[in-house]
Design a protein around this ligand. Sequence first.
Ligand SMILES: [Mn+2]
Length: 345
Amino acid sequence: MALPEKYNNQLERLVGEIDKAKKIAIVPHYNPDGDAIGSALALGLLLEKAGKNVDIISPTQYPSFLYWLPGNKKIRVLGKKTENDPNIFKDIDLLIGVDFNALNRINNIADRFDKSNAFKVLIDHHPYPEDFTDLLFSETSYCSTAGLLFEIIEKSKFNGLIDKEIATCLFTGIMTDTGSFSFNSSNPNTFRIVSELMKHGVDKDLAFDRVYNSFSKDRMRFMGHVLLNRMVIIPELKTGYIYITAKDRKDFNEQFGDTENFVNIPLSVKGVIFSAIFIERDNFVKISFRSKGSFPANDFSAKHFNGGGHTNAAGGESFDSLQETREKFVTILKEYEETLKNYKY
Ligand SMILES: [Mn+2]
């Protein structure tokens, strides 16, 4: 398989715009993950090799387990002082968004992205993309934006520029978006892409080690506390959830990214197919959902918790207290009792 034929014209236009552009900016979503950062870096490194002046602008901070990635220093992270800068996209001819489907996913800079006179492109694998760019490469059949980006590059004249560093960034995007090939990776094409990347010399074991074996002692103890005291399993509804109080975050010296992946823990309990995490933040409760099989975490979140995402992984939020949010969740779950009880996975 390769990039679907229907993108041929768009690909031609994209290459034309790259050729024309002097200055290019690449933007991942806020709170970027391995796929967003890996894709942004891979594209940035590639376009620099093609002789372009490239800015990679992250709307917010990202986890330190990604700092080892090649080209990491090129990323400009917006903070309190810089996020309101009206000129972040000044003189940019081509603006490329990666790994998001809606302007509100780059919330703090959405207005400037939208109003920029640059030619705009979006490369993404989330469902229901909004129409806010001149070109849209959006395919949910890909495990990751990095996978889709690889096939876009592969089919273009830039294919020859892929090197070990670029391949490492793409591989890391695929690895993190599939939980090291444990979900969202049944499409054989994912492994074809990985196979191509490996030919460029990606050190797979190193990538795994840097991403997954990089916790602080505090974070490990935090996880222990969560497992022992903050996990609720509701076997009859095949659901588990975790809640984290503001005090927990303080007690365990929470650093950015420390609660990442906690939401997956309840799914390790036999029989659990739906899991959630509720994290008490300053003004709201941050929520993530995970599911197995066809139970739609994204629809559940969209309907009840102002969120969305993929079938098996979605985000959400609540402006009730942590306690009220937990109670609301359990009440809503009862509406799904029949579905969950009879759910076969
Ligand atoms: Mn992604």
